[in-house]
Design a protein around this ligand. Structure first.
Ligand SMILES: [Zn+2]
Length: 195
């Protein structure tokens, strides 16, 4: 089960009766529109606790705004999450006791990153398909399609250039991406259709 705790509305989470707060109360929460099955943007932005970086990468793979920061204290992560209106995602059920308390907190119950990823999608009613492989996994920035595949020459292995027709690049780091075997493997792993 996935639960949301909010420091200003979670009255008691110690007795196992933590409430599942509907996602519209999340900052920037996006939900599926039942009429059209299209997501209503924007989806919430996330700040991942230190142990959840791989899960954060899965979120980025699906185009969601997920950040993490190695080498800083958890308090600093929470401060940044609050300042940027991000949902702080953790497995620590006692994080609400810390100062500053997260404004929006999502406590995951599973240990496996794929299961955690699914927990987040379910809790926030997120559709992972529209943004699939549209973001740079390193920079959290939207990719831009290369107008001409020749622009990928010298930036990808020659055999990839020969086989692939479409390429995308990151405006921040310049990395060129394509939909190769890694995309198929990741989609299979996450149970998602190919983009
Ligand atoms: Zn990048």
């Amino acid at each position: 089960m996935v639960v949301f705790f909010f420091h200003d509305c979670a009255e008691n989470d110690s007795a196992g009766d933590a409430r599942h707060v509907p996602s519209p109360t999340l900052p920037g929460a996006g939900r599926l529109n039942p009429a059209s099955s299209e997501p209503t943007p924007p989806a919430p932005a996330f700040m991942m606790d230190h142990m959840l970086i791989r899960t954060g990468k899965y979120l980025r793979i699906c185009g969601f705004d997920a950040e993490w920061q190695r080498g800083v204290r958890t308090h600093e992560l929470i401060r940044r999450a609050n300042a940027e209106e991000r949902v702080f995602v953790t497995r620590n059920r006692h994080i609400g006791d810390s100062y500053p308390a997260p404004r929006a907190l999502l406590v995951l119950t599973t240990a496996d990153p794929v299961a955690q990823f699914r927990e987040i999608l379910a809790a926030c009613h997120l559709d992972p398909r529209p943004g699939l492989f549209r973001k740079c996994i390193r920079c959290n920035r939207w990719l831009k399609p290369l107008a001409d595949r020749e622009l990928a020459r010298g930036r990808v292995p020659p055999d990839v250039l020969k086989r692939q027709k479409r390429f995308w690049s990151c405006p921040a780091c310049g990395t060129v991406f394509w939909h190769g075997g890694h995309v198929r493997n990741t989609c299979r792993k996450l149970g998602l259709p190919l983009p």
